[in-house]
Design a protein around this ligand. Structure first.
Ligand code: ATP
Length: 224
């Protein structure tokens, strides 16, 4: 199973030490929560892991291999996918088209008999957005648009999935459904790293939690 490891990561922006000596390991089959107040460095850590932000110090390892110098698309090809706190959808395309776009990239990796179109329909059902399949995503409420991003990330068949506040904009019922999807993905062997402010979601689905505060991990372990 996949393993994502960040070791001694530091990032400095001018006078701000956004991250300092951060160690986090996310194992396949688990949901790992990353929590902390605004400005703690959570998104910066996601950017380091996905290759958008070079670290000042430290290493990122994916299945034991050092990927610190890899470009984002190389990491994506290796099986890393993410969603963004500020949504990054193709706004004028429909829900279905946004997901198809990602599913098409996996055409050769899909199981026999499965097409990108069929995979797209399955994902929309799984995430609960089939009823807005034909809606342009710029007309969707934020919560639903987040689920489109989640389905699009899942369509790339990742082994490591990073989610930046996926429940923001969802009601309680939708949040619980999201939690069930994430637990199922981990059950299938995926490593899920979840930045989330909804503590009841974190406490109910995470196997492990790391707490960031002013760029440093101040606690990690089981939610309890
Ligand atoms: P939030 O929960 O509000 O999204 P966060 O935990 O994701 O916060 P980051 O966005 O990673 O925190 O920010 C960590 C610190 O780094 C903050 O002080 C922020 O202002 C600063 N920072 C982030 N990106 C940059 C940048 N590109 N240039 C300068 N400072 C930055």
């Amino acid at each position: 199973m996949s393993e994502l490891k960040v070791e001694q990561i530091a990032v400095r922006f001018g006078g701000i030490q956004a991250l300092n000596e951060v160690d986090v390991t996310v194992s396949g089959g688990t949901v790992h929560g990353l929590i902390g107040p605004n400005g703690a460095g959570k998104t910066t850590l996601f950017n380091v892991i996905t290759g958008l932000q070079p670290p000042t110090r430290g290493r990122v390892r994916f299945d034991g291999q050092d990927i610190t110098g890899n470009r984002p698309h190389v990491r994506a090809r290796r099986g890393m996918a993410r969603t963004f706190q500020r949504l990054e959808l193709f706004d004028t395309l429909t829900t279905r088209e946004n997901i198809q776009m990602a599913a098409e990239t996996q055409r050769r990796r899909l199981p026999p008999g499965m097409t990108p179109d069929a995979a797209t329909e399955c994902l929309m059902e799984q995430v609960g957005i089939a009823h807005v399949a034909d809606e342009p995503t710029d007309s969707l409420p934020t919560g639903l648009a987040r689920l489109v991003e989640l389905a699009r990330a899942m369509a790339t068949t990742p082994t490591v999935l990073l989610l930046d506040e996926p429940s923001a904009g969802l009601n309680q019922h939708e949040t619980e459904a999201l939690g069930r999807v994430l637990v199922r993905l981990a059950g299938d062997g995926m490593a899920v790293l979840l930045v989330e402010h909804d503590m009841s979601l974190v406490m109910s689905i995470c196997h492990e939690v790391s707490v960031l505060h002013y760029g440093e991990i101040i606690a990690s372990g089981s939610p309890e």
